[in-house]
Design a protein around this ligand. Structure first.
Ligand code: ADP
Ligand code: MG
Ligand code: MG
Length: 917
């Protein structure tokens, strides 16, 4: 991949003076926790943990600047680097009292990648570096444990061979070549039990394995495995930098918007050994439960293992709480560490550790990834514990994660009628039902066909990312709660059940066997990522706690802890935000929900959505088929009462909050039948000839309806439609106001590009308003404004503001018209555009700030130049997307409007924007 052109700000330091290598160890460190962009997250926190005197093995970090240099200079290093590494190695040797390559007391190191943001499992780490045929004997002698020494050596050969020398699966090969060698040896040694665990291989067996591994490397690469530790180190460092640009790392960065030019750091650190026997082991833990947020030490531990075994999910580890019994002293140390970490970092930590002969060593810490549930609970509880302030709580929770709290769970009745077929570990909460697929590719294509998909794997690996993204839920047979599947699912907010060891998954037949039942590709399964249960078939889902408290009202706040922390967070957010939030809602019950979710009004009521109910559609069709204004008037008169009663319902539900009502927008052909049979039906109903219907349908046909006769163009050509709609609004307003409820209609004219379009429509609205006020002898207050959704409107916004009392940015159409890109057709090329980074994100989901945003800025400025206090809002899909909400805040809009279920997200994002000021 070509490197990025450098930003003009990138400094060009004279490489002599630059510090590239940062040492840490024995309570001292060159770096610290704030230096994440230079040292990567892992390196910065290793330095920080060293400083606060946690037991961290000594080592050094090679900075991300070296990675940048590496890619900018054709994969070479700055000249000053080598000497700095030499010095750091000497320091490390002195600190450990061991020497690289020494025949009696060799230093072994881990070479670990570490980007600024953690990218779990995306890049490569190499352990036990420094071993060769000589040093392995020294290790065996000093440890008096030959088995351990050769276990380290074979792991090293395996990792080095794979990562540095490229000994990997070739196309057509089922298994990793090193695994094949292991399986072969097991078959020779244990012909009756070829699937024995690795721990059954003794020293001699492991030694044989190292010989065969070296042979394999030679055969596959034509090169010998390098004996010289310094050469090994060079190779490993290069491989870590190289892994920054492997395919899965690139996909990951794209998904999480991590710039390619950040680069990774490399950490070189003295090894500690979790594989010396049963008083050793490796673990991954969280200072609180990352699924629920409960304040307990949570995680897992593998006895007699090096850390990769835990993360890779090949052996299923035991819960870390088990250490309380097995290694009480280590358990006590872990509890201490947990408190030290939280009181120092003020956040939930995800940490990796190794126990070597009863002694605890810290290998990594970072802010833990967590579910939306856990994010909210932890933040709110940490405020109560005085670890953080409410501002921090608001700032810290990814606004999008709130949508998880509103997601459905399995319906408790539906659940009773089905039998749990197996259980796994609850790793990503929520309920998911879908057709099962056993490969990421198939899952992805099924999802593209519109199927609901569960990805079922023995275990997942970073290659599966695309399939995981596409799936509703992820189910694995192996791996624990910190396996790859679990980590990634939690981050994506996907439902996940992992380590369901009873599942027998057979990739070759695409089937799954469990307790006497068989499921094949395409069959339905359901999984509950909150409990770990697996059900056959499709299980009905039911609303979340939040929805039950706020909308269904069959649960009280007292009964729902998660509702209570949610409500607390929302209160803090509301106290801080300046943007108002409104909802896009078309019906009285939807408006009710929106108000329950915190809407301060309706930002977009699409009147045409009301046209499809009951026999209204017939009146609509009659209106469309009318041959003259008179006939059209008669049909419209039949529609009037229906529209009026809907508006009245909305005004009542709003109890005095404002409602932006958009006049008819879509092209008329959307309302009429296109096939012959339904045309005949309609003709009969209306008492006209089928020919006439067919002819009118033909007349209405448009080549490009999105840019056709729609929006205010309808009201211009058929003023009687706008008149009817205005009358319905004002009569409803009069009626509701007379009953003692305040009413604040804001009539919005869509798709305006020319000031005159708006003037004509506004004049008409005022006329009707006047008539209705006189007829009903009532005074109504209302606004008339326009939706800004055409580039022309943005650039003549000063003209438009002469008559418009408000602007509401319709960013769906504004994006389509600005980009000249149809939202409904963009699917065929947008993915490629994202891959090529022509656009970073889908502009229909995340506002294109550099283009559409610029036009909005212009419209805001021009609009205000004419009308200082013009009311400004946004009602496109973007109104519920956090980054876009923050942009709207910066533009100084008065409100954002989004679908009711996105409101909590918008409220939190708006508060975050306000705190950023
Ligand atoms: P990742 O970023 O993929 O988590 P790490 O660099 O953290 O990769 O390494 C993976 C695992 O290797 C760690 O969880 C740890 O158990 C083990 N490991 C890393 N460094 C050391 C070390 N110095 N001594 C022993 N084990 C280590
Ligand atoms: Mg790690
Ligand atoms: Mg529009």
């Amino acid at each position: 991949m070509p490197t990025k052109s450098k930003s003009p700000k990138a400094k060009k330091p004279s490489s002599k003076s630059v510090k590239y290598v940062y040492s840490f160890g024995n309570g001292k460190a060159d770096g610290n926790g704030k230096m994440k962009s230079l040292l990567g997250g892992k390196g910065a926190n290793l330095a920080e943990m060293t400083r606060i005197r946690l037991p961290v093995p000594s080592g050094f970090t090679i900075s991300t600047e070296v990675c940048t240099y590496f890619y900018d200079h054709n994969r070479t290093y700055p000249p000053a680097l080598e000497k700095q590494i030499d010095e750091a190695i000497h320091k490390l040797e002195a600190s450990m009292g061991k020497k690289f390559g020494d025949a009696t007391n060799p230093l072994l190191v881990a070479v670990r990648s570490g980007a600024r943001d953690s990218m779990p499992g995306m890049m490569d780490t190499i352990l036990n570096l420094g071993l060769n045929d000589r040093t392995v004997r020294a290790l065996a002698e000093r440890s008096r444990n030959e088995r351990f020494a050769y276990d380290c050596y074979r792991r090293f050969l395996q990792m080095y061979g794979d990562v540095v020398m490229g000994v990997q699966k070739r196309t057509g090969e089922e298994h990793e070549p090193f695994e094949v060698v292991i399986e072969e040896l097991k078959k020779e040694l244990f012909p009756n039990d070829p699937h024995v665990s690795d721990t059954k291989l003794d020293a001699t067996a492991l030694r044989t394995l190292t010989d065969r591994f070296r042979k394999l490397i030679r055969e596959r690469t034509g090169k010998d495995f390098p004996e010289d530790p310094r050469e090994q180190l060079r190779g490993a460092v290069g491989a870590v930098f190289g892994s920054w640009n492997n395919e899965r790392a690139i996909i990951y960065r794209r998904k999480y918007n991590i710039p390619h030019e950040w680069g990774t750091a490399v950490n070189v650190q003295a090894m500690v050994f979790g594989n010396t026997g049963n008083d050793s082991g490796s673990g991954v833990s969280f200072t609180r439960d990352p699924a629920t947020g409960e304040k307990v030490l949570y995680g897992e531990f593998l006895l007699n293992a090096q850390g990769e075994d835990v993360v890779a999910g090949v052996r299923t580890p035991e819960p870390v709480l088990q250490l309380k019994v097995e290694m009480p002293e280590v358990y006590r140390q872990l509890q201490d560490v947990r408190h030290t970490l939280e009181s120092h970092f003020h956040d939930m930590q995800d940490f990796e550790f190794t126990v070597e002969q009863g002694r605890l060593f810290m290998l990594q810490t970072r802010n833990g990834k967590r579910t939306g549930f856990a994010a909210v609970r932890i933040a709110v509880e940490m405020v109560k514990e005085k670890l953080i302030k409410p501002d921090d709580a608001v700032r810290r929770i990814p606004a999008d994660s709130l949508s998880q709290l509103l997601a459905p769970v399995f319906d408790s009745n539906a659940r009773k009628t089905t039998q749990v077929i197996a259980r796994g570990l609850p790793a990503g909460p929520g309920a998911a039902s879908g057709k099962i697929y056993f490969s990421a590719n198939e899952a992805e294509s099924a999802a593209q066909r519109g199927e609901k998909v569960l990805l079922v794997r023995i275990e997942t690996s970073p290659e599966d990312i695309r399939g995981m993204l596409a799936a509703e839920g992820i189910l694995t047979a192996r791996g624990g709660v910190s396996s790859h599947a679990a980590l990634v699912a939690r981050q994506m907010g996907k439902v996940c059940v992992c380590g369901a060891s009873e599942l027998q998954i057979d990739y070759s037949t695409n089937s799954l066997h469990v307790r006497g039942q068989n499921f094949r590709k395409g069959d339905y399964l359901s999984i509950d990522g909150t409990t770990g249960e697996i059900f056959p078939g499709e299980v009905k889902t039911s609303p979340s706690d939040i929805v039950r408290v706020l909308i269904d009202k069959d649960l009280t706040p007292a009964e729902s802890p998660i509702y209570r922390v949610f409500a607390q967070l929302m209160q803090w957010a509301d106290q801080r935000r300046k943007l108002e939030v409104r909802a896009n809602a078309d019906q009285p019950d939807q408006v009710g929900h929106a108000v329950a979710f915190g809407a301060q009004g309706v930002g977009l009521c699409r009147t045409e959505h009301m046209f499809f109910e009951g026999d209204r559609i017939d009146h609509v069709r009659e209106m469309i088929l009318a041959e003259n204004a008179d006939e059209r008037g008669k049909a419209l008169a039949k529609l009037l009462p229906a529209q009026r009663s809907d508006f009245a319902g909305i005004f009542k539900a709003l109890k005095g909050l404002p409602a932006t009502i958009r006049f008819l927008d879509p092209p008329l052909h959307e309302f009429i039948p296109h096939d012959e049979a339904s045309q005949r039906d309609l003709a009969e109903k209306l008492g006209i000839s089928a020919d006439r219907v067919a002819r009118r349908v033909k007349e209405l046909h448009e080549f490009n309806p999105m840019l056709g006769h729609r929006g205010c163009r309808l009201g211009i050509v058929y003023p009687e439609i706008s008149e009817m709609q205005a009358r319905a609004v004002f009569e409803a307003a009069a009626e509701v106001q007379a009953s003692g409820i305040k009413v604040r209609p804001e009539i919005m004219i869509p798709l305006v590009g020319f000031p005159k379009e708006l003037e004509l429509q506004i004049a008409l609205v005022h006329q009707v308003a006047q008539k209705v006020q006189k007829e009903r002898n009532i005074k109504l207050s209302y606004l008339v404004g326009t939706m800004i959704e055409i580039p022309r409107a943005c650039v003549v916004a000063d003209e438009i503001a002469k008559s418009a009392q408000f602007f509401s940015f319709g960013t769906n159409d504004l994006t389509q018209t600005t980009l000249g890109m149809s939202r409904d057709d963009a699917g065929s090329f947008l993915p490629r555009y994202q891959e090529e980074e022509i656009v970073r994100q889908n502009p229909f989901a995340v506002l294109d700030q550099g283009g559409v945003g610029k036009l909005m800025e212009t419209a805001v400025k021009l609009g205000r130049s004419t009308r200082k206090d013009i009311k400004l809002g946004i009602c496109g899909e973007h109104g519920g997307e956090p980054d876009s909400v923050k942009f709207c805040h910066r533009l100084g809009l008065a409100y954002v409007s989004c679908s009711p279920f996105r409101l909590p997200v918008a409220r939190l994002a708006a508060a975050q924007a306000a705190l950023k000021e």
